[in-house]
Design a protein around this ligand. Structure first.
Ligand code: PEP
Length: 254
């Protein structure tokens, strides 16, 4: 039985005041949900220490939106997995489509970040997903398999025993165009089948989140699908009430 996980991705948003209000509102919701679902927020690095202070001792988990491959050194502007771990992060998102696109991160670069995160005690949240053009051309699984294979080649299939996958069709991110539950379920089940071709036990256990305009309205039906184990939520994770409704949808489908 896979425990659902609802994870917020704040992207480049937040102020000291908004982070304080949001985390204070989410801590009780995460505590209430914790028997049935895990709740996490991935914050801009500059806010991670604040989130740690506010959420410490609660069931609300936190993570980073990216992580460097190095643990220290002359890499200006980066955040290392050891630093993130020291500030209590449980998760590190790697390979978000915005980083693949704006920062030109290749599948190999993302796999290296996944490896560095895992080797330093973080759970990598590997984002995969196709563009609208690739979706229209029927290439979704070609793209997603290549993204997964880069990680399997570098870290082994067994690494997914301690990782999370987020299927995020790029055409659905921040656009309000959520994938239908049927489309999302089909891709999730194809991802699981692909992993099962390497190791059935690992495939059955790995959490696969859906991301892309997941909100209070769409979450209940998405989360009721057999292979959807929760959500990676951008915009709707910035509003406490919306995010709490999404958490409630995960609890209801646990
Ligand atoms: C995301 O950034 O991971 C995401 C899914 O964003 P949104 O929910 O805003 O589409």
């Amino acid at each position: 039985m896979r425990k659902p996980l609802v994870m917020g991705n704040w992207k480049l948003n937040g102020t000291k005041d908004s982070v304080t209000a949001l985390v204070n509102a989410l801590v009780p919701a995460a505590n209430d949900a914790s028997a049935k679902a895990d709740v996490a927020v991935c914050a801009p690095a500059v806010f991670i220490g604040m989130v740690e202070n506010l959420a410490q001792g609660s069931k609300l988990l936190w993570g980073s939106e990216d992580c460097d491959v190095h643990t220290s050194g002359a890499y200006t502007g980066e955040n290392s997995p050891t630093m993130l771990k020291e500030f209590g992060c449980t998760y590190a998102i790697v390979g978000h489509s915005e980083r693949r696109d704006y920062h030109k991160e290749s599948n190999e670069c993302v796999a290296a970040k996944y490896k560095a995160a895992q080797e330093n005690g973080l759970i990598p949240v590997l984002c995969v997903g196709e563009s609208e053009q690739e979706f229209d051309a029927g290439k979704t699984m070609d793209v997603v398999k290549a993204e997964l294979k880069a990680v399997i080649d570098l870290c082994g299939i067994e690494s997914f025993a301690n990782a999370v996958i987020a299927y995020e069709p790029i055409w659905a991110i921040g656009t309000g165009k959520t994938a239908t539950p049927e489309i999302a379920q089909k891709v999730h089940s194809d991802i699981r089948a692909y992993l099962a071709s390497f190791d059935a036990e690992v495939a059955a256990k790995v959490q696969i989140l859906y991301g892309g305009s997941c909100n209070a309205k769409t979450a209940p039906e998405l989360f009721s699908q057999a292979d959807i184990d929760g959500g990676l939520v951008g915009g709707a994770s910035l509003k406490a009430d919306d995010f709490k409704s999404i958490i409630a949808a995960a609890v209801a489908n646990a």
